[in-house]
Design a protein around this ligand. Structure first.
Ligand code: PEP
Length: 240
């Protein structure tokens, strides 16, 4: 299992031209990440191409909870594997909030990815209202129920993304990140997952990456907006 992971999430952004420009500017394309570290980009479907970014893994942002068949508009895990996806996001807060993705959905999607040999990255996180109402642990534990059925040797990663820090430009305070990660790791250990990396996501940028990377129990980042610019993503990933 990787010790550290720095993943970008392009969301529904990017064109072929933008991807080519990014790849050309990405100084580390041919640079191997340090031992035990994975760099990756979760791309929109039309840009997924295993060869485009050198040693940087490519991944998807969503997957069908079904296999192949009469599921118009869906992309199965097998199809993503065929494109060269090595990892895939599951349960991003935008999927949960805008598309009604449930914990049961995330569980099924994780199972599909594992069966296709794609590393699932389960995104979890609370809204500001939930945090203010003292429901942080209830929400995180509820979302982590999607992996409770898995063997503890299963390779996967968790991305803790407080919803209130995503896309705002203001990351969570280091104390809040450290506290949430410690609690998540404790819960994971209770489920038997002692080696699972826990990434932080929410307005990570070059200016705050180094400080966040030093926090105990932060094993990498999931980076949204700042992963669209090659120089920013390069600076952020160098924090690990
Ligand atoms: C994300 O969408 O996963 C994310 C963390 O976005 P941003 O870095 O832009 O806050």
């Amino acid at each position: 299992m990787a010790k550290y992971m720095v993943l970008g999430n392009w969301k529904s952004n990017g064109s072929r031209e933008a991807a080519a420009t990014f790849a050309a500017a990405f100084s580390g394309v041919s640079k191997a990440p340090p031992e035990g570290t994975i760099y990756g980009l979760a791309l929109p479907f039309h840009l997924i191409d295993a060869d485009r970014f050198g040693k940087t893994w490519v991944g998807g942002q969503n997957v069908s909870r079904f296999g192949e068949g009469a599921y118009t508009g869906e992309t199965s895990a097998g199809m993503l594997a065929e494109l060269g996806c090595r990892f895939n996001l599951v349960g991003h807060s935008e999927r949960r909030q805008l598309f009604g993705e449930t914990v049961a959905d995330t569980r099924e999607k994780i199972d599909r990815l594992l069966a296709a040999d794609i590393l699932p990255v389960l995104c979890i996180g609370e809204t500001l209202e939930e945090r203010k109402a003292g429901r942080l642990l209830e929400i995180l534990h509820g979302q982590l129920a999607a992996i409770a059925h898995l063997s503890s040797s299963t390779e996967l990663a968790i991305a803790y993304e407080p919803v209130w820090a995503i896309g705002t430009g203001i990351a969570a305070e280091p104390e809040d990140v450290a506290d949430a990660h410690t609690r998540i790791k404790a819960h994971l250990a209770g489920l038997g997952f002692t080696q699972t990396p826990v990434l932080y996501g929410g307005s990570v940028k070059p200016a705050n990456a180094a400080a966040l990377a030093t926090l105990k129990n932060v094993d990498g980042f999931l980076v949204g907006g700042a992963s669209l610019k090659a120089s920013d993503f390069d600076a952020i990933r160098s924090a690990f």
